[in-house]
Design a protein around this ligand. Structure first.
Ligand code: UT7
Length: 336
């Protein structure tokens, strides 16, 4: 078997993030739906989130995040080989959000496509970028996780509207020089039987937009919170432990755990299962809520800003979301 230093690695060489300016606190939401700050904090860990103004597309958030990531990596837009945008809220059904971003960014040589895996989108996209780089198909791939969740939220439904926020995180994956580690292991999975617990009913081919779908509020997120919670607690813990096991490490070896930010209680459960110290857990849900595909790349970026990552740090990532889909990854941090 090839040792970890012999195989080709991809690694992250730049990160960037962008959140809309408008900050919406739990108290602000109390004025819109029957909820309260205490319930939201206790049940989710969320204190505040950012909402984009109407008329904002996913590419508008993805652009500054991508520019920041490229600048950090010292890579010009026309050096990018490919763009994978993980999102469930692209600017429009087609052309893809990635193509819109490619044009805005000036990434003239790049192919571009969107990937739909909800909260697992960034991990799924990272798996594809890593595989393509290792196969020699590309050397520099921009992996963006972005969602404008407010575009699909029903602001009358307190079960969902308090949970989500808008944001974009960008990561540049590059082929590492020979002998250097980067992404060590990645796993993705799905169970379509979970589809009935978290979905948006209309706007696809099955139920195109009509006066009826609009009247029935079928263009917004529906969630059976308890069923998703149970599956997420189990699924996120399982994938976190799987990845650790495959790289032959324990919670003690991990420098930073960067989980999907859907609920602080789900994260706490996975942390305990993986026997990780609380200070090794990256939490951004308090400030930004659940930004779906953006939670992990934005959290990586914030971790860098807060000096929680240095070159060589062992980073453990895991996620669980609609589909159901899930994913986990371990990587050596490759930015100074
Ligand atoms: O990222 C994608 C994956 N998504 C997730 O991982 C989310 C998983 N689910 C969850 O995080 C949690 O299930 C929620 C945060 C969504 C809900 O928390 P919960 O502890 O499961 O609450 P619940 O749904 O069992 O509701 C408990 C009570 C209910 O009232 P009754 O029936 O006990 O009287 C709800 O009606 O809380 C009520 N409730 C609220 N109260 C105040 C529900 N939403 C709210 C609210 N404010 N916003």
């Amino acid at each position: 078997m090839m040792s970890s230093t012999e195989r080709i690695h991809s690694g992250i060489t730049g990160v960037g993030k962008y959140f809309p300016e408008r900050e919406v606190s739990n108290h602000d939401l109390e004025k819109i739906v029957d909820t309260n700050d205490e319930w939201i904090r206790d049940r989710t860990g969320i204190a505040s989130r950012r909402f984009a103004d109407p008329g904002t597309g996913a590419s508008d958030l993805a652009l500054p995040a991508s520019q920041q990531a490229l600048e950090m990596a010292g890579v010009a837009p026309d050096e990018v080989d490919g763009i994978i945008m993980a999102t469930i809220t692209p600017d429009m059904v087609f052309p893809s959000g990635s193509c819109v971003l490619q044009q805005k960014l000036g990434a003239k040589r790049s192919w571009a496509y969107d990937l739909s895996a909800a909260c697992s989108g960034w991990v799924y996209a990272a798996a594809q970028a890593d595989s393509m780089i290792r196969a020699g198909m590309a050397e520099k791939i921009l992996v963006v996780g972005v969602d404008v969740m407010t575009s699909i939220l029903n602001m009358k439904d307190r079960n969902t509207c308090v949970l989500f926020g808008d944001g974009a995180g960008a990561t540049l994956f590059e082929r590492m020089p020979d002998g250097e580690e980067g992404l060590l292991d990645i796993e993705i999975g799905a169970d379509g039987a979970g589809g009935e617990f978290l979905y948006m009913a209309a706007g696809g081919s099955l139920k195109p937009a009509s006066a009826e779908t609009i009247a029935n509020d079928q263009h917004s997120v529906v969630q059976d919170g308890q069923n998703v919670f149970r599956a997420a607690v189990e699924g996120m813990s399982r994938v976190t432990l799987d990845v650790l096991k495959r790289i032959g490490k324990t919670g003690d070896d991990v420098d930073l755990f960067v989980p999907h930010q859907a609920n602080a209680r789900i994260i706490e459960y996975a942390r305990r299962k993986a026997k990780l110290d609380p200070e090794k857990v990256m939490l951004t849900i308090d400030r930004f809520g659940n930004t779906t595909a953006a939670t992990i790349p934005t959290s990586l970026c914030i971790a860098m800003e807060e000096d929680k990552l240095k070159r060589g740090s062992l980073v453990l990532i895991s996620t669980f979301g609609a589909g159901f889909t899930w994913g986990g990854a371990a990587l050596r941090w490759t930015i100074d």
